[in-house]
Every structure is written in structure tokens, then in C-alpha cells.
Write a protein that binds this ligand. Structure first.
Ligand code: SF4
Ligand code: SF4
Length: 376
């Protein structure tokens, strides 16, 4: 018995309306400042109809398609982590009064979020962040409150960018789990798969049609196109031991010489989760907030401890990022920290490509001294 249905394109608005009626804030892709980003949307008119993205190392451009596809692009600079793990969170606050300091802990924002257009690699990234924020003895209340209310409408990719390598990471491009509904876009509508009881319930309120064999075949061909277009890959064979066994490889110094330490790669990465906590006072000194904000292992201050900075060259910091992401992440979370979305390649201003770094180290496992000079 098939679990797939067909939703005509004209009925997509009713899906958004149902979610709004159920109290969800709907977040989806939209065009802003020449990029496809994620933002709150009210209607299908906000979707990037007829747009596609062209991506290479250090290059991202929007181009017009020759059709009216709503999801005919790959992934942009945003990821869903900005909604589940917000860039800035007030953890607590204190106000000075005549009777002393009054402490407050804000209620966790438990808004019901519906994500429209989540790609396979992004489902995998959410799964990774689930383990990071909720899979251990300490459950992050901010992430948990948003995550448990989230409704996920995935969209299967029908094209790949030159920067995508989800296929070699076994995270895509086909959405296989972790969604409530999954859509494959065809010219006149969507083939829909159901992934949860909540998805079944919502679909029951939409004007779906029985899916035809031709529509299933067309959806399969569209998904196959994304597979066929994907040329980049990361060889993950024994990658943990490869990287941790080559901590003094000369490639770290070479990439450190061109890396700007700008943190772009970590900001756009859907799995990076580093943060710092600061107490911020207003000018009167009577109101103080304890704020958590995204941070990056590329920042010099991130490894500052009582004795000074632990990773004092950019080469050290790049090595820390890549070895954590692809090697010690396995020890910590029993998976890779990379889902192959390619964002860190596209948005690196100097075009550093982690797949090339790994291939270089794999091809030449010589050793050298990385150096310990404090360059800053
Ligand atoms: S490391 Fe790069 S390719 Fe991997 S998940 Fe992060 S941004 Fe995507
Ligand atoms: S690898 Fe690229 S994006 Fe990341 S910090 Fe270095 S220059 Fe910036």
C-alpha cells in the first residue's frame, strides 16, 4: 500500500493555512539580498518561485530558472539551527532595585515552528543537533522547547550544486526519515510522503489526490537528477584515524596561511553548536542580561583559558575545526559532524574546501612541525 499522495500546486497554500490555523509560525525559503534564506512566511508568494542558485567554492549567485519551480534550488547561507538554537538567547536577567538585585529566568520560547523546505542533509543536521542538545545528561531547555513543537515538511532535492557531497556522507539527497511530510516537486504539484502521525493528520485536511504511476515515476526521475548531478565527494574511510594520526601534516600550515579566520564556515554550518556566555549591562548598570551567543572555534578568544590561548595560530584553529567535525565528533556523538551540505565551501571567502583538505592529507601523510608562534 502506497504512503504517497499528490498535492496540486494550487493547494500548497492550504497546507500553509492549516499550519497557521494550528498555531504554527511557518518558516520557509524566500529571496532576500540576492540569496535564498529562511524566514517566516505567510503565503506561497514568499517562496523563491522561478529562482535557482549557482554555487562554487567562494561563489553564490541566484539565477532565473526557465520554469516556475518553488523549490528549484539547493541550500543557502541559512540553516534551521537559527530557529532551534538561536544566535542570541537571554538565559537570565537581573534588575537592581531598592531591595537589591532581582533575578529572572525567561520562559523558554516554545513557539510552534513549522519548517517548510527542509532538505535531506538538513534533516541529518537536525538529527545531529538533537543528539548534541538533548541526547546527553543535560538537555538544553531552549533547543528542547522549540524542537519538540517543530513540524517538519521536507523537500527532496531535484538538483545538486557543485559544492554538495551529501551522497558520500549518506545523508542525502533523498529524504528518508526525520520528517512529518516530504514533498517532491513536479511541474503541477507535489508527490507527498508521510513520515509521522502528525503528518497523516494534517494531510487528511488537504485536498490531496491519489498519486499516479506516472507521477511516481516523474518524482523518482527528479530525485535521480540530484544524485546524478552530484560530483563532489568526501572519502570517509577510516577518516577519524586518518586525521587524528596526521595532526602534524604540512597541509594544516598551508591552509592556515590562506584561511582568514573569519568564522563564516562555522556560522553557516548546520551542525556547529559552539557558543559563549556573557553578562551584558546597560549604561545605567541597573539591568544586566546573561546572554548566550553563537561563537566559533576560529575566534582567538574561544580557546582562552587561565594560562592564555590554547590555539594561537589560524592553522591550529582550522585543524581543531576539521578534526572535531570529521574525527573526534565520532567519539563524542557516534557520528560525523558533517552532513555534506557544502555551505562551508560556498561561503568561505577564499574557497577552502574541506573535501580537498582531507584528500590532500589522505594522499600524503608526511609529518612536519605546525609551529607554536602566537601570530596575533
Ligand atoms: S562542515 Fe561544511 S559541508 Fe559539513 S555540514 Fe558543516 S557546512 Fe555543511
Ligand atoms: S576556512 Fe574559510 S570560512 Fe572558515 S574561517 Fe577560514 S577563511 Fe573563513
Amino acid at each position: 500500500m502506497t504512503t504517497e499522495y499528490f498535492l496540486p500546486k494550487a493547494a500548497l497554500q492550504s497546507l500553509i493555512d492549516c499550519l497557521h490555523g494550528d498555531g504554527f509560525t511557518v518558516v520557509g525559503p524566500t529571496v532576500e539580498q540576492s540569496a535564498i534564506i529562511y524566514d517566516e512566511i505567510e503565503s506561497v508568494d514568499a517562496l523563491p518561485r522561478g529562482w535557482t542558485d549557482r554555487q562554487e567554492a567562494a561563489k553564490y549567485r541566484l539565477e532565473r530558472r526557465d520554469d516556475d519551480s518553488l523549490f528549484g534550488f539547493v541550500v543557502g547561507p541559512h540553516s534551521w539551527k537559527k530557529y532551534l538554537f538561536p544566535p542570541l538567547t537571554t538565559l537570565s536577567s537581573a534588575q537592581q532595585s531598592e531591595s537589591g538585585w532581582q533575578m529572572q529566568t525567561p520562559e523558554a520560547d516554545a513557539r510552534k515552528l513549522a519548517f517548510l523546505g527542509v532538505r535531506a542533509c538538513e534533516l541529518a543536521a537536525i538529527g545531529i543537533q538533537d543528539r548534541v542538545f538533548t541526547g546527553g545528561p543535560y538537555v538544553d531547555p531552549v533547543y528542547n522547547a522549540r524542537r519538540k513543537n517543530a513540524f517538519i515538511i521536507a523537500v527532496n532535492c531535484t538538483q545538486s550544486a557543485s559544492t554538495c557531497f551529501c551522497r558520500s556522507m549518506n545523508t542525502g539527497p533523498r529524504c528518508s526519515s526525520g520528517f512529518d511530510l516530504a514533498l517532491t516537486e513536479l511541474p503541477d504539484g507535489f508527490v507527498i510522503e508521510v513520515g509521522s502521525d502528525a503528518g497523516t493528520e494534517l494531510l487528511g485536511r488537504l485536498a490531496t489526490e491519489s498519486v499516479t504511476a506516472e507521477q511516481l515515476e516523474a518524482a523518482e526521475q527528479a530525485r535521480q537528477q540530484a544524485i546524478d548531478q552530484q560530483t563532489k565527494q568526501l572519502n570517509t574511510d577510516s577518516i577519524r584515524d586518518l586525521l587524528l594520526g596526521n595532526l602534524d601534516h604540512p597541509r594544516w600550515a598551508e591552509v592556515g596561511a590562506i584561511c582568514l579566520g573569519c568564522t563564516n564556515c562555522t556560522m553557516v554550518c548546520p551542525t556547529c553548536f559552539c557558543s559563549s556566555v556573557e553578562d551584558v549591562a546597560d549604561l545605567s548598570g541597573e539591568n544586566v542580561e546573561r546572554q548566550r551567543h553563537w561563537d566559533s572555534c576560529f575566534n582567538l578568544s574561544f580557546s582562552y583559558m587561565s594560562h592564555g590561548t590554547a590555539r594561537n595560530t589560524i592553522a591550529h584553529r582550522y585543524r581543531q575545526w576539521l578534526t572535531h567535525k570529521l574525527a573526534s565528533w565520532h567519539d563524542q556523538f557516534d557520528s560525523s559532524g558533517c552532513v555534506g551540505c557544502g555551505r562551508c565551501i560556498t561561503w568561505c571567502p577564499v574557497g577552502i574546501d574541506l573535501t580537498e583538505e582531507v584528500a590532500t592529507i589522505r594522499g600524503n601523510e608526511a609529518f612536519c612541525d605546525l609551529g607554536t608562534e602566537n601570530e596575533e
